[in-house]
Structure formats: structure tokens, C-alpha cells
Ligand binder design. Structure first.
Ligand SMILES: Nc1nc2c(ncn2[C@@H]2O[C@H](COP(=O)(O)OP(=O)(O)O)[C@@H](O)[C@H]2O)c(=O)[nH]1
Ligand SMILES: [Mg+2]
Length: 657
């Protein structure tokens, strides 16, 4: 049977990341052997390697319950276990959001379950993830599929609790419209999920290569955990919305789509796909295959119309039959399930998009460092070459000429010293300026703003209080972003003038000090603000006025904004290092070359050295610099390498029907 294209792409993606890591390690090694490594740069390089190693490509599966999300995950990713790995049963459905990935740090298989009672705490799920004590961990025995399947069943556990407890946990609202209609007394006990969130670390090759899957529960559960909607879903690289052919597009399907997906994928349709699952329910022995295809096509069009997306982004599939086909090695059935078209889409659209994000970041970060280093080497090369030419021009021992050269060299040194003084004094004021920037973007500053906003919100849990609190938070954030931009611009102006001075004197070309921009973070904050506005005006909030959800929402909102702030702060610090360290290094190296030249001329003048041996020395120095230049060039080029997939002819056969 054809090997899944998604797997091939994912493997190629992983290989590509490994090669990137190799280039960064090569660069690190190069710096060390040249004696150019510094603690700062080392930390930066290790950070980037770490982030590449722990990088995830996240695909979220979202739908009303029982549309077959879990079955689809089983069929796409885990069919090679020849069984249904994640529990998907009629009548019982995933109760808590479940993340599947591989935890390289722990390096073993486990399920970690967060008790539902943690909803009472004022901590976001992302904060709780760092607090493993609060989770129940079950080890998975990967040699025993039975044990694994059994253990995974825990994610669908529920329990009955007294009504008041369910209310305290924000899992029951007395004003639910359904109950109001029937006018029944509230029940004494309520069935609630036992777990709030599940993390499954599992050594499947795809997960080890960095795939992460987020399986979500249905509409009700989505509403009770805003962090899922406002943080995890927007951060996923792809969202797969699942509908079922037997139920058609229902009101609650559309609610999930409107409130939980569409609004939060501002980037347009990119990474947003719909699967029309359970097409096997349309298979009908009494109909010709053309008739069946026509009715599937009709439903596909209907779905596209009601969601307002391209029909090409709606994939009719049968997860159940696909899983069966893969388990029993039945290519005809797999073909009929149409799963491969969806897999191809995921492979061809999602992975390359994710790759380009990584590439942009890495090329920016590491590529910039390598380029600066290469430019500095180029400048030194030029300097040594001109010294070499000087020497060569003094064929024989022409005293006047040598003395003329010495005078020239002395002038250069004097000019250099002038620049040096300027550099030292500007560096001090530059550091002060940068400090203002870092302070403005500090977490302390952020926490102050957040504390005021939180107070406004908790003092009055009304829509008005919520609105004021949100306004305070976002106004505060925007103001500090604005001030940061001003500080960054002033710092940048100062740096440009220093660079310009040095450029003339030291042949240091195109060491472009790039500006620091908060634009990216502004955009993220604005997006967050829009989400907050949506949330405030969404029926979920206004209908039920759920204190609980609002509080949870605020916790996740603040923790998300804080993350953005933290990133901005980190980037500002790195930016400053990137523009100041290469210049400082280059200035020192330039000085050494000037001194070396003076020394040479002096010795020749005193007949302590002969020109031929000095020329040879300089020539070898020139070659060394040229070699270094080539090495750096190669590393820089390797960073731009594309992903290479060996596509097997087979996988091109099945055409998207
Ligand atoms: N006929 C049919 N049933 C399916 C298909 N996919 C899932 N189901 C069934 O639908 C029910 C719910 O599936 P599940 O994956 O748990 O749905 P989830 O709640 O969206 O995760 C289960 O009984 C599945 O066996 C399919 O492609 N065809
Ligand atoms: Mg499920």
C-alpha cells in the first residue's frame, strides 16, 4: 500500500531541521576554533538549537461531539498500530482536550491528566503544564498495545458530583435555556469530566518528528475552557473542522465554526480545512457509484456554502473505513474512504507553511550572525590585502617609501583612536538608552498594568467591569509598546551614526544595523484585543453572564499577553547584542591588524626582518581569511536549503476526487 505522503513530508521536515541544527553546530564549532566564541553567542546558539529540537507542528481537530475527530486521528496517524488507539466509541466521547506529542525531555511514553478540580485555581493551563505535581501521570507500556489502549481510555472518564460542586467548577449553569424550557427542577447530581486536560507523550515517529495533535471535545466543553479557544486553537498551525455526513450541518456545528474557529483564524482560510466525515453512511448498494459520488459532491457543496469556504477545502472522508482499510491492508477500501486526499492536503499545505515560518526565524537570527561575521572577515581580508600591496610595492629596501608607509599607518592609528574614544563614550549612552527599552518591555511593568486591570475586573464581574479592565490592560500594553518603539528608534539612530563613522575608517561594509520593531508584537496584541472583544460580545458571555468563564478567560488572556511581552523583551535584548557585539569585536580585530602592520614596517625599516618572509606571512594570512570567508558563505547558504522529499511514484497515483 502507498506510504502516506504526510509521513514522507514529515520525515523530510525532520531531516531538514536536523540539518539546520548541524549548520548551527558547525558555526558554533567554527567560532570556538577561531577563538571567537563568547558566552552570549553560545547561549543564543543553544537556545535556537533547543527551540528547533522542541519545535512542534500542531494540528487541532475541532468539532461538535461524535463527528469522528478521534476516529480521524486514529486513521490518519495511528493506523500502523493495527487497532483503534484512542478511544472512539458510540455514545462516549472525548471529555477533555487531549494533546498528543512526544516529550523528548522525558523521553518515555506517558499520559498526564489534570484533575478537573484545578479549575478552581487561578492558573492557566499553560502555567499548570510546568507544575507536573498537579497532574496524575500514568506510564505507557509501548510494548503492550492493550495496556496503552486501556490507559488511554482514562481521557473519557467522567464522574457524578453534587450539583453545587458542578456549579463551583463552572460546569453547570442554572439558566441553561434547555432547562428553562422544560421547567424541571435542577438535578441533584451532575456528570462531569474527571479530567480537565490530557497530555499524551507517545513515541510514534510522527510525534517524535515534531507533530503535535490537539483533540478537542464538543461545543459545551469548548465553552468552559476559554484558553483552548483563545490560545491553543489560534496557535495551532492547522485546524481541521469535522462534520459528519449522517447528521449534516447542524446549528451546533455552525456555532462551533462561528465562535471557536472562524473568528480566530484571521489569516484567512490558510491552515483551515473541513472534513466531511462518515461518507460511508451515504454508500448505498442500491445506487451506482456515480450516484453515490454525486450525493457526496452535493453535501460537499452544501458544507462549503454554509461555512463560506472553497469546496476544495472540504474533504469528504470516512475515518472509520480508512482505519479499517489501513488495518486490514485493503487498498480499494482506502481509496473509497478518500482519506488520502486529506492527508495529501495536510502534507502539501501545512508542512511547507510551517517550514517557511521556521526558515524566516532562523535565517533572520542565525543567518544575521553569520552574515555579520562574514562581512567582518571580508573587511579584514581587504585590510590585509592592502597591507600586502604596500609591502610588495617596496621591492628592494626603499627607505623613503617605508618611512612614508609608516607615516600612513600612524595616521590610520590616530584616526582609529579617535573613533575608539567616540565609540566608548557612545557605548555608555547607548547602554543607558537600551536599558530604558528593556525596562519598558519588562515583565514587572506588565504585571503592574495587569494587576490594575485585574482589580477592575474582579471588583465588578459585570460586562461593564470587564470592559473597563480590558481597556486598562490593552491601553497599558499599547502605551508601553509605543514608548518602547520610541526608545528603540533612538537607540537605532545612535548606532547608525557610530557605524557610519567606523565604516569609513575600517572598510567595514554593509554591517547593516537592523532596526528593532515592535510591529509583530503590536499585531499580536491587536489580535488578542479583537479576540477579547469577540469574547465580551459573544453569546457565550452575554447569554449566561458566567463569572467563571470570564475569570478563566481573563487568566488565559493575561498569560497570553504576558508571553507576547516576554518574547518582545527577549528579542529586544538579542537585537541589541546583535548590533553591538559584532562592531565591538570588529573594532578590536581592526586594531590588532593596524598594530601588526606598524610592527612589520618597523622591523623591516630596522632590517630586523626581510620583506620576502613578511610578504609570505601576509599571503598566508590572506588565504586563511579567504578560507574563513568561504566557510561562512557555505554555512549561510546551507541555511537556505529547501526541504527535500523523496516522493514515491505510488503516492501520486490517487487523485483528489
Ligand atoms: N459510520 C461512521 N462512523 C464513524 C466514522 N468516524 C467515526 N464514527 C463513529 O462516530 C462515533 C464518534 O466518533 P469519535 O471519533 O469518538 O467522535 P468525536 O467525539 O468527534 O471524537 C463513534 O461511534 C465512531 O465509531 C465514520 O467515518 N463512519
Ligand atoms: Mg473524541
Amino acid at each position: 500500500m502507498e506510504e502516506d505522503l504526510f509521513k514522507q513530508q514529515m520525515r523530510a521536515f525532520d531531516r531538514w531541521k536536523t540539518e539546520l541544527i548541524q549548520v548551527i553546530q558547525d558555526y558554533h564549532h567554527w567560532l570556538e576554533t577561531q577563538g571567537k566564541g563568547t558566552a552570549d553567542i553560545n547561549v543564543r546558539l543553544f537556545d535556537v538549537i533547543d527551540s528547533l529540537k522542541s519545535d512542534h507542528l500542531t494540528i487541532a481537530f475541532v468539532a461538535e461531539f461524535s463527528r469522528g475527530k478521534t476516529e480521524l486521528i486514529n486513521a490518519i496517524f495511528f493506523a500502523d498500530y493495527k487497532r483503534r488507539l484512542l478511544p472512539s466509541e458510540a455514545g462516549r466521547t472525548t471529555m477533555c482536550p487531549t494533546e498528543l506529542f512526544y516529550d523528548h525531555a522525558e523521553d518515555h511514553a506517558y499520559i498526564r491528566l489534570l484533575p478537573i478540580e484545578t479549575r478552581l485555581q487561578e492558573k492557566s493551563i499553560s502555567e499548570l503544564k510546568k507544575d507536573t505535581e498537579q497532574w496524575k501521570t500514568i506510564s505507557l507500556d509501548i510494548n503492550s498495545p492493550d495496556q496503552m489502549v486501556d490507559a488511554m481510555k482514562a481521557v473519557i472518564n467522567t464522574k457524578n458530583v453534587p450539583l453545587q460542586q458542578a456549579i463551583d467548577l463552572g460546569l453547570f449553569h442554572d439558566d441553561s435555556p434547555r432547562r428553562r424550557k422544560t421547567d424541571q427542577p435542577p438535578p441533584k447530581e451532575i456528570e462531569i469530566p474527571q479530567w480537565r486536560h490530557a497530555l499524551i507523550s507517545f513515541p510514534h515517529p510522527l510525534l517524535q518528528q515534531g507533530l503535535a495533535i490537539l483533540d478537542t471535545p464538543g461545543l459545551n466543553a469548548l465553552g468552559t475552557e476559554p484558553e483552548l479557544t483563545y490560545n491553543m486553537l489560534p496557535n495551532a498551525h492547522a485546524v481541521l473542522f469535522v462534520l459528519a455526513a449522517d447528521t449534516g450541518t447542524t446549528r451546533s456545528d455552525l456555532d462551533v465554526w462561528e465562535y471557536y474557529i472562524k473568528e480566530h483564524r484571521a489569516s484567512g482560510d490558510k491552515g483551515l480545512v473541513a472534513a466531511l466525515n462518515k461518507i460511508d453512511t451515504l454508500w448505498d448498494e442500491m445506487k451506482s457509484s456515480d450516484e453515490v459520488s454525486a450525493s457526496i459532491e452535493n453535501q460537499r457543496q452544501d458544507v462549503a456554502n454554509s461555512l463560506g469556504i472553497e469546496p476544495g477545502n472540504v474533504f469528504p472522508v470516512s475515518a472509520q473505513k480508512a482505519l479499517l482499510a489501513k488495518t486490514k491492508d485493503n487498498p480499494e477500501l482506502l481509496d473509497k474512504s478518500r482519506l488520502m486526499a486529506l492527508e495529501r492536503y495536510l502534507a502539501n499545505e501545512i508542512i511547507p507553511a510551517k517550514q517557511s515560518i521556521i526558515r524566516d526565524n532562523i535565517v533572520n537570527e542565525i543567518g544575521g550572525l553569520i552574515k555579520n561575521e562574514r562581512n567582518a572577515i571580508a573587511a579584514q581580508h581587504k585590510q590585509v590585502k592592502s597591507q600586502l600591496n604596500d609591502l610588495k610595492s617596496t621591492s628592494g629596501k626603499n627607505t623613503t617609501l617605508i618611512q612614508h608607509l609608516m607615516r600612513k599607518a600612524r595616521e590610520k592609528q590616530a584616526a582609529y583612536n579617535n573613533n575608539m574614544e567616540y565609540f566608548q563614550s557612545s557605548r555608555r549612552s547607548l547602554n543607558q538608552q537600551a536599558k530604558l527599552l528593556f525596562n519598558e518591555l519588562s515583565l514587572k511593568k506588565f504585571d503592574n498594568v495587569a494587576a490594575i486591570a485585574r482589580k477592575q475586573m474582579t471588583d465588578s464581574w459585570t460586562t461593564g467591569g470587564l470592559k473597563n479592565g480590558m481597556k486598562t490592560l490593552f491601553d497599558g500594553i499599547r502605551e508601553t509598546m509605543c514608548i518602547s518603539t520610541r526608545h528603540a528608534n533612538e537607540t537605532h539612530q545612535k548606532i547608525i551614526s557610530i557605524y557610519q563613522k567606523f565604516e569609513k575608517e575600517t572598510e567595514l561594509e554593509s554591517l547593516d544595523p537592523k532596526p528593532f520593531s515592535t510591529e509583530r508584537y503590536d499585531a499580536e496584541i491587536n489580535k488578542l484585543y479583537e479576540q477579547a472583544e469577540d469574547f465580551r460580545s459573544s453569546p457565550v458571555t452575554t447569554m449566561t453572564e458566567q463569572k467563571f468563564v470570564v475569570k478563566k478567560f481573563f487568566i488565559s488572556l493575561v498569560s497570553h499577553a504576558r508571553d507576547i511581552f516576554f518574547q518582545a523583551n527577549q528579542e529586544a535584548e538579542n537585537w541589541f547584542k546583535d548590533i553591538i557585539i559584532p562592531l565591538a569585536k570588529h573594532v578590536t580585530e581592526h586594531k590588532q591588524l593596524l598594530e601588526q602592520h606598524m610592527e612589520t614596517l618597523y622591523k623591516i625599516n630596522e632590517s630586523k626582518d626581510n620583506i620576502a618572509s613578511k610578504t609570505a606571512e601576509l599571503e598566508s594570512q590572506c588565504n586563511k581569511l579567504a578560507d574563513q570567508h568561504t566557510s561562512l558563505d557555505n554555512m549561510h547558504n546551507k541555511l537556505q536549503n529547501p526541504i527535500e522529499v523523496e516522493v514515491e511514484a505510488d503516492s501520486l497515483k490517487v487523485v483528489n476526487a
